[in-house]
Structure formats: C-alpha cells, structure tokens
Design a protein. Structure first.
Length: 165
C-alpha cells in the first residue's frame, strides 16, 4: 500500500476522514483541469457513482483539501497582458524598528491593485510578487514610483514573463 496516496483505515476498516486515496486524487486531478465540471461529468470520467463523487467532493471541501473553485482568466483580453515577478528584498532593520514583520508587509502589498499574488519565500529574496499590468510603461511606473517607495522594501528585481504556461 502506498501510504502517500492510499487511505489509512481506522479500527473498523473505514477511512478516518482526513486521508485521500487514489479515487480522491483522480477527482482532484479532473477538477484541477476543469473546475466547472458537474458532479455527473466527474463521475463519468472517474467511472465512480455520482453519489460517491458528490460525497467525496463534499468531504474534501469540509476538510479544506478543496479550498475553493476558481477561474482561469485570459489577462490579455482584459488589458493586463504583461506579467512579471518582482523579487523583493526586505529592509529588516526598518521592519524591526517599527515592529513590523514580513507578514505585515505582504498583507500591505496584497492590497495593491496591481499585485496578483505575494508570497514569502526562503533564500536571498524575501518576497515574490506576481504583478499584472497593461504594458511595460505601466510596469516601469509601478516599480519605480510605487513599489520602491513602500516602507520596508530594500530593493527589487523584476523578471518579465515572456510566456505563461
């Protein structure tokens, strides 16, 4: 039995409720590729009964395994065709002086309308931002006039995404 993917039975031989098995993983894989499918369509693709799929999805939602269902946006069609990663080095002395943490800074950065995602990471960089903008001129303005003026940011490095995949 592969303990990473198989359910661990309780004393009565049933699932304890927190583990996922290969059927759950298959349902997750199908939903990851297309979260818009109905339970009936997922059941058809997994060859499981509809009620089984429904109960498994409901259980995984309750356990927080499935956090939310979302959409895949074509950002070019809404005027946000340029995406870039911005690597942020935090000014630790400033942050300590004002009793602020990287978590506080990330929370503030996530509020900026151009920040699509902000994550704290390990290594020589402290935070990685995903920014979406209309064009390079807008990206330039945001980096120079907005991000570099944020208190607690020591430096930034920008990586423009050539092709998302």
């Amino acid at each position: 039995m592969d303990y990473a993917t198989e359910a661990h039975p309780d004393a009565k031989g049933g699932k304890t409720g927190t583990e996922v098995d290969n059927k759950d993983l298959r349902i997750l894989e199908i939903l990851r590729d297309n979260g818009d499918l109905t339970v009936r369509q997922v059941a058809s693709r997994t060859l499981l009964p509809i009620t089984t799929v429904h109960n498994r999805i409901r259980r995984m939602k309750k356990l927080g395994i499935i956090k939310r269902f979302t959409i895949d946006v074509d950002y070019r069609k809404i005027g946000k065709g340029i995406a870039a990663y911005v690597l942020v080095k935090v000014d630790s002395k400033y942050m300590k002086g004002f009793r602020r943490t990287q978590h506080d800074l990330v929370k503030d950065l996530r509020r900026l309308d151009f920040v699509h995602k902000a994550d704290i990471v390990t290594g020589t960089i402290d935070i990685i931002l995903l920014i979406r903008v209309k064009d390079i001129d807008e990206l330039d303005k945001i980096i120079i006039e907005k991000l570099r003026d944020v208190q607690g940011i020591e430096s930034t490095e920008t990586l423009v995404i050539l092709r998302e995949g």
